[in-house]
Design a protein. Sequence first.
Length: 308
Amino acid sequence: MSDISPAALRGAVDLSSLRGRPIAPAAQAAPSPGITDVVVDATDQTFGEILEISRSVPVVVDLWAEWCGPCKQLSPIIEKVTRELAGRVLLAKVDVDANPQLAQSFRAQSIPMVVALIAGQPVPMFTGAVPEQQVRDVFAQLLQVAAQNGVSGTLPVGDGGGQSGTPEEPPLPPLHAEAFAAIEAGDYAAAITAYEKALAENPRDEDAIAGLGQVKLLSRVQRLDLQEARAAAAAAPLDVQAQFDVADLDIAGGHVDDAFARLLDLFEKLPAAERTPVRERLVELFGLIGAADPRVAAARTRLTSLLF
C-alpha cells in the first residue's frame, strides 16, 4: 500500500471501539444487504457495519456539521463523484455534532475531514474544501490503493440512488484527463508533467494547481516510513529534507497545522541564504490546501512576518 495509507494515520485514529464484531477476512466479505444506496448516513451505533463493508469496497467517511460552511462546498462534490463510480465506493456521512464517539475516534480537530476505510483501516484523503478535480484525483488514488489490497468489489445498489437521469459531466480538458489517467495508473511523474503543461497554458488554472500539489505530495510520501521519518527529523532539526518528509506525512494525514508549524519554525531558524526551498514548499502546500482555508491564512501571515 502506498503511504497515502493507514501508515500515515497509524496511532492517530482508534476505530476498535466502533466494531460490533470481528471483521471477516476480505475474501469472505460481502456488501451488506441493508445498503441500498452508495451514500448513507453513519452513526455511532451503525458504524460497525460500515467497517465491515470496507472489506468489500472502499468507504469514504465525510465528517461534517450543519454549521460548517466549507462542508457545504465539499460534501456535494464528494457525493457526486461517489455516485458516478456506481457502487465502487460507499460514502458514509457523519454529522460530528450528533455522533461524538465517531468524531473522537477520528480525532476530527477541524472539518470537513475526509478519511477512507480500506479493510477496516483508515486512509487519509483531505481536510478542508478542495476543488472537484482534486477530489477526483484522490478518489482515483483511493481505488488504486484499495485494489492493491484486494478491496475491489461493487455494491449491488443499481444506479447509485436513482441518479441515472443526471446529465453526464462535460469531458475534462485534455491535459487534466491525461493527468487523471496517469494517476489511476500510478504514474505520478506523467501526471505531474500533464499538470505542469496545463499550468503553462493557463497559470491561473486552480484545478491544475491543486492537482499538481496533490500528485507531488503522493509521489513524495509513497517512499516514506512514518516512524523513520520522524526519528530522522528529531535527530536533525535543521535538515531541510528531513523536515520536509515529516511535513508531507502530516499533510497526508490531515495534520495541516502541524505541517505548517514545522516548516515555519524551520524557516525561522535557518540562515537567510538557505530559506528559499522552505518558502517554496510552503507556497506549494498553501496551494494544495487552498487559499480560503483559515490555516493557510494564518500560516501565510506568519510567513510574511518572518520575511519582513
